[in-house]
Design a protein around this ligand. Structure first.
Ligand code: ADP
Ligand code: MG
Ligand code: ZN
Length: 634
């Protein structure tokens, strides 16, 4: 899903993109052309070069009248050779290849020889004076060309591989700052995160009328950090704030600041703030700030992160030196607040945090409404049902579902999108694309059928579990071979011990069913086991639910701690013996639960067989059929 949905026709400029850059490359071409002309004329104007011979040899040839038409310059003497063979000119030497059959011209370095002219006169050899064609100026051009040409090539190559386009514009590389005078996004486009919206309301009021606030002297936060999982709409929300306030939106991604040249990132930060000052009131938005603001201590490679640190330092400096009164608010987004440098979170910087959480059932419905607004829906579509079926989904996933459903309907040449398309879209998003064509062998299919039945029966039989909505063994994606979809009847923020234990049992149910039936283990349960272990660990270490250890918390940094800037990489605060007990408790929890669900399935072996058999035949069971099997009526 595209992060920044930009509607066409919206005014949006990439500053410094066209004008200067275009001119710049013209200058390059001009310089290159000029150099080429100078060098080539210089080379052409060079007199024909002759064979170089020693002066003594030249004198000898003069005496034998073998030379003529001499040009005597202050530095050397050139001329024609008459009736000479190579053998004669360079006795004993190899005849140079690629030369004419006979040597025609020679050249020699001049030696102080006052008698030469008289000798030439007496022998009747023609001679004339000449000036050195290789003037000092030519020399300069020649040598500078030798340096400039590689330099130009180097710059050219760099321009190709580096986003920092122009060497001379490095500090001004604005190409990546997206400046939008109007984002066109408003709070109507962002559904479901009402708390976050409420918190941002104040910022909007301020941006609308900065004077009103500053005259009262109220404290306006400088930086606000949007924290939340990927796809929850942080970027969208930031744009909506700008849209609601009707101010310009300057955005840049954290990774854009990190360049191969040292100092570029810092220059960009400076530039960004300068632009913001000009455009105030406006919003500076730094997306994915974690790329830039990783904790400095958390970077283990020495020397490898200097550039990032410079950039981060510059950002801190700019933020500190920035006056909110000018009407600029700095927003940033991250899904990994725990790795941010504490310096970024200090008062006067990003000291305000707005949590953008996964939407609850109502929120999901609202988001679906936004994304199906322009779609033609059949009357059977109930967004509330889709919302109930997609717990844990974020806005981006839901946007995906709507999109996918529309595509499916189009492919099937339907007039509108019906529930069937939504169902399939959900399936696809949940477990990756359906691969109906993937052949699984019958043995594998049987194992998966029992495995999924194990999950389903455990979920249907244990207290405090979500209702089983559908069981499927259609192969999807790479890892998940099948899935059992449980629908929570309501959204949960709190879980009791017995609910957690039931959840654990459901996760282990797949593996237990496999072992019960085949007396053998398979790798199909790896993901279940991972999640089960995670829950067991949380029960013992985080929720303080272990009998042996009591209500103690081990090894957790709470969000409150973190948001207060007290985050520290956690060190173990308990003894070796306690560590051992923790491990034992986790193991015991898993083992006991596994045995419990194993016995349960043993008791319900008939049901297990029936479900697995039906599943093998139909691949998907849901609705009444599923209910009747799970309630043991059949
Ligand atoms: P984030 O920045 O938190 O990773 P984005 O803002 O990039 O998430 O969201 C990606 C896309 O998902 C958005 O462009 C939008 O289409 C959709 N989306 C996410 N959250 C919401 C929401 N709360 N309401 C409507 N659409 C949403
Ligand atoms: Mg984003
Ligand atoms: Zn499983």
């Amino acid at each position: 899903m595209a992060n920044n949905k930009r509607k066409p026709g919206k005014k949006e400029t990439k500053l410094g993109e066209t004008g200067p850059k275009f001119k710049f490359s013209l200058i390059y071409i001009g310089i290159a052309l000029l150099l080429y002309i100078i060098i080539s004329t210089f080379l052409i104007s060079q007199p024909q070069k002759g064979e170089e011979i020693p002066y003594s040899r030249f004198k000898e040839l003069v005496a034998r009248k073998k030379v003529d038409n001499l040009v005597i310059t202050p530095a050397n003497i050139r001329g024609e050779l008459k009736g000479m063979s190579w053998e004669e000119l360079l006795p004993g030497k190899k005849i140079p290849s690629g030369k004419p059959a006979k040597p025609e011209r020679f050249e020699t370095i001049r030696v102080e020889d006052t008698g030469l002219v008289n000798q030439l006169e007496s022998l009747g050899i023609e001679y004339s004076g000449g000036i050195e064609k290789k003037s000092a100026w030519g020399e300069v051009i020649f040598w500078s060309a030798i340096f400039i040409v590689p330099l130009l090539i180097w710059i050219f190559v760099l321009r190709k591989i580096s986003p920092a386009r122009d060497m001379m514009q490095i500090g001004k590389s604005k190409a990546k700052v997206y400046v939008e005078s109007k984002t066109g996004t408003t709070f109507v486009d962002v559904a479901g995160c009402d708390e976050a919206k409420e918190e941002l309301e104040e910022v909007i009021d301020f941006l609308k009328e900065p004077q009103r606030f500053t005259s009262i002297g109220g404290h306006i936060p400088k930086g606000i950090l949007l924290v939340g999982p990927p796809g929850t709409g942080k970027t969208l929300l930031a744009r909506a704030v700008a849209g609601e306030a009707g101010v310009a939106f300057l955005s840049m991604s954290g990774s854009d600041f990190i360049e191969m040249f040292v100092g570029v990132g810092a220059a960009r930060v400076r530039d960004l703030f300068q632009q913001a000052e000009k455009l105030a009131p406006c919003i500076i938005f730094i997306d994915e700030i974690d790329a830039l603001g990783k904790a400095r201590a958390a970077a283990p490679i020495p020397g490898g992160h200097e550039e990032r640190e410079h950039t981060l330092q510059q950002l801190l400096v700019e933020m500190d030196g920035f006056d909110t009164k000018k009407g600029v608010i700095i927003l940033a987004a991250t899904n990994r607040p725990e790795i941010l440098d504490p310096a970024l979170l200090r008062p006067g910087r990003f000291d305000r945090h707005v949590v953008v959480d996964r939407p609850d059932i109502k929120g999901r419905e609202a988001i679906l409404k936004v994304h199906t607004k322009s779609m033609k829906l059949e009357p059977d579509v109930e967004l509330s049902v889709i919302a109930a079926r997609t717990p844990g989904f974020v806005g981006a996933d839901l946007a995906n579902i709507a999109n996918e459903a529309a595509l499916l309907a189009a492919r099937r040449r339907k007039r509108g999108v019906s529930m069937a398309e939504f169902e399939e879209a959900i399936d696809r998003i949940i477990a990756g694309l359906e691969k109906r064509s993937r052949v699984i062998n019958p043995k594998e299919k049987k194992i998966v059928a029992y495995h999924e039945s194990g999950h389903a029966i455990a979920a249907a039989s244990l207290p405090g579990t979500d209702k089983v909505h559908r069981v499927s063994i259609i192969p999807r994606g790479v890892s998940a071979l099948g899935y059992t979809l449980q629908l929570p009847t309501e959204d949960r923020y709190l879980m009791t011990y017995s609910e957690l234990m039931s959840k654990l049992a459901v996760l282990l149910g797949g593996r237990a069913a496999e072992y019960l039936v085949f007396k053998e283990l398979s790798t199909g349960a790896a993901n279940d086991l991972e999640r089960a272990t995670d829950i067991a660990e949380k029960i013992v270490k985080e929720y303080g639910m272990s009998e042996k250890l009591g209500p103690l918390v081990f090894d957790v940094t709470s969000r409150q701690q973190f948001l207060a800037g007290l985050y520290q990489p956690s060190f173990r605060k308990y003894s070796e013996r306690t560590a051992q007990i923790i491990d034992e408790e986790i193991q015991k929890l898993i083992k006991d639960t596994y045995e419990r669900v194993y016995r349960l399935l043993e008791e319900k072996r008939d049901m297990l067989e029936r479900l697995a058999k039906t599943l093998s035949d139909k691949e998907v069971i849901e609705g009444e059929e599923l209910e009747s099997i799970l309630s043991g009526k059949v």
